[in-house]
Design a protein around this ligand. Structure first.
Ligand code: ADP
Ligand code: ADP
Length: 227
C-alpha cells in the first residue's frame, strides 16, 4: 500500500523574469515501511521537496497524498493538525525549544492538539532512544547526538504515517551520525515506520532501500537497492 503519493508536483518561486522553477512535475510513491533516501546536489530542489512533503509550504501545482489524504486540500488549521499527527519531521539543527525539558519537547506537538500522550508508547520510545535519565534536562544540557535523539522522539511520539528527516546527521560527528542512522533504521525495520531521509551524502543514501536522485528539480534516477 502506498503511504505517500506525489503527483506532478511543481514549485515556482517568484514571478515573471525572476521566477525560479525549483521543482518540475515530480511524481513517485512510497510504500508503508519503506526507507527511501532523496539525494541531490545543493540547489537541486531537495529542501523544496521536503517542505512540500512535510506540509510546510504549498506547491504551485500537483498533489501530495499521505495515507490517502490530499494534504493541500486541507485548510491551514486542518493541515497543521494533520502535520503534527501524521508527519514526523527531523531537522539538521534539531529545532528543540530551549526553555522546555526533553519530556516537554517530545510531547509538545501532541499537547498542542489536545491529544493524550500514550504513556506506554512514550516510555518505550524514551527507552529505545536511551533518554530515561535525561527527561528533565534542557536541550543545552545535552550533546548534539542526544538532542537529535530527542527530536526523533518528538517525531515518533504521535505514531506518524511518515517520518521525514532533513540531513539528520549533518551536524554530527561520524560516531553520532552512525548512531542516529542506526536508530532511524531500527524504527524503520522493527516498527515498520516509513522513513524518508533527505541528504547530499552518498554514504547515508547507500543505507536506504531505495534512492531517488534529484537534479535541477527533476527525478534523475529512482533505484531500489534493497528489494
Ligand atoms: P536544495 O535543498 O537541493 O539545495 P532548494 O530546494 O533549496 O535546493 O532550491 C532549489 C532552487 O530553488 C534553487 O535554485 C534555489 O535557489 C531556489 N529557491 C529555493 N528557495 C527559494 C525561495 N524561497 N525563493 C526563491 N528561490 C528559491
Ligand atoms: P557524545 O558522547 O554524545 O559525543 P559528549 O561527549 O558531547 O557526548 O558528552 C558526553 C556527556 O556529557 C553526555 O552524557 C552529555 O549528556 C554530557 N554533556 C554534554 N554537553 C553537556 C552540557 N553542556 N551540559 C551538561 N552535560 C553535557
Amino acid at each position: 500500500m502506498s503511504i505517500l503519493e506525489v503527483k506532478d508536483l511543481s514549485k515556482i518561486y517568484g514571478k515573471g523574469d525572476t521566477a525560479v522553477k525549483a521543482l518540475h512535475d515530480v511524481s513517485f510513491s512510497v510504500n508503508k515501511g519503506d526507507f527511501v533516501c532523496i539525494i541531490g546536489p545543493s540547489g537541486s530542489g531537495k529542501s523544496t521537496l521536503l517542505h512540500l512533503l512535510g506540509g510546510v509550504d504549498r506547491p504551485t501545482s500537483g498533489k501530495v497524498l499521505i495515507d490517502q489524504t490530499d494534504i493541500y486540500n486541507l485548510n491551514e488549521t486542518q493541515l497543521a493538525i494533520f502535520r503534527r499527527r501524521q508527519i514526523g519531521l527531523i531537522y539538521q539543527f534539531y529545532n528543540l525549544i530551549p526553555i522546555l525539558t526533553v519530556a516537554e519537547n517530545m510531547t509538545l506537538p501532541m499537547l498542542l492538539d489536545g491529544q493524550k500522550v500514550d504513556q506506554d508508547h512514550f516510555n518505550k520510545v524514551v527507552h529505545i532512544l536511551g533518554l530515561n535519565e535525561r527527561l528533565d534536562h534542557l536541550p543545552n544540557q545535552l550533546s548534539g547526538g542526544q538532542q537529535q535523539r530527542v527530536s526523533i522522539g518528538r517525531a515518533l511520539i504521535s505514531n506518524p504515517a511518515i517520518m521525514l528527516a532533513d540531513e539528520p546527521t549533518g551536524n554530527l560527528d561520524s560516531k553520532n551520525s552512525a548512531e542516529i542512522m542506526e536508530l532511524l533504521k531500527m524504527f524503520n525495520k522493527t516498527y515498520n515506520q516509513t522513513l524518508i531521509v533527505i541528504t547530499h551524502d552518498e554514504r547515508i543514501a547507500l543505507q536506504a532501500d531505495r534512492i531517488i536522485s534529484i537534479e535541477d528539480g527533476k527525478i534523475a534516477k529512482d533505484e531500489v537497492i534493497r528489494p
